[in-house]
Design a protein around this ligand. Structure first.
Ligand code: HPA
Ligand code: MG
Length: 274
């Protein structure tokens, strides 16, 4: 396989893969009965991450790196990836600095009657005033005309019960990502499916004029709406269209504490449904 192909495709898990028998693995007792199988064992995940770190170092390893971790699902992947990049860089006697910023993406329904605030309290960032301050996409904002002219970013206050999914991507996190200007940026995302979220995030990041942007996705899900030509630059695994949990991926906030990537069982879905 050519080098480029290796980087773009990742390890492909076929549709028929039914995973490993859970009883052959060690996993938290509190999830007994809640899982169907171990889909990707933790050790395999870690080894694959070392390879991604090696590829990333080969491409951008001589320069400083701004890492943008997409929460919450990406926290373990990001942490292990950055550690591996640093370890491999040290053993190669290279000079490399890494800085990690965090961002959270949500889909909310924009409701014209929701409470709107156009100014943040002085000297506070969107992240520090709580999760309900969001930076929303231009499409929703044009409806209101409320805008922060300096950054071309729109700030809304959205009540917590407003959780219907919609086309609009909201980016929760530092309102000012100007630290990305002129930098090599590595976006780290645990799972990519349709690619729509990633496209919107890339557009957002581009507004801060980075020197270069690359995306690392641990899992790429083969979904009907996905575009195979839009893979992240570094792909861990391409997986069938199944709902997986573990390694910080959740089902209603459960299973993040599971190290293996697993498929949830019907019992698990019932037990943790909201
Ligand atoms: N698991 C957890 N979160 C997700 C998934 C998944 O399979 N797909 C999109 N978000
Ligand atoms: Mg989730």
């Amino acid at each position: 396989m050519a080098d480029d192909q290796r980087k773009e495709t990742g390890v492909v898990i076929k549709d028929g893969w039914s995973g490993y028998n859970l009883e052959l693995f060690n996993y938290p007792e509190h999830y007994r009965g809640d899982l169907e199988c171990v889909y990707i064992p933790h050790g395999v995940v870690m080894n694959r991450i070392e390879c991604l770190a090696r590829d990333i170092l080969e491409d951008i390893g001589h320069e400083d790196m701004m890492v943008l971790c997409v929460l919450k699902g990406g926290y373990k992947f990001c942490s292990d990836l950055v550690e591996s990049i640093k370890a491999q860089s040290r053993s190669a006697n290279r000079r490399l600095t890494t800085r990690v910023e965090f961002i959270r993406l949500k889909s909310y329904l924009y409701q014209p009657d929701c409470e709107l605030k156009t100014q943040l309290p002085q000297r506070t960032s969107a992240a520090s005033v709580g999760v309900h301050w969001v930076i929303v996409t231009v499409r929703a904002c044009v409806l209101t005309g409320y805008r922060n002219t300096s950054a071309n970013i729109f700030l809304f206050y959205i009540p917590s019960q407003n959780d219907q999914s919609t086309e609009d991507l909201q980016i929760i996190g530092p309102d000012d990502l100007s630290v990305l200007k002129g930098k090599n940026v590595l976006i780290v995302e645990a799972i990519v499916d349709t690619g729509k979220t990633m496209r919107a995030l890339l557009q957002h990041v581009d507004t801060f004029q980075p020197k270069m942007v690359r995306v690392a996705g641990l899992l790429v899900k083969r979904v009907p709406q996905g575009n195979p030509s839009e893979l992240p630059d570094y792909v861990g695994f391409v997986i069938p269209n199944r709902f997986v949990v573990g390694y910080a991926l959740d089902y209603n906030e459960y299973f993040r504490d599971l190290n293996h990537i697993c498929v949830i069982s019907e019992t698990g879905k019932q037990k943790y449904k909201v």
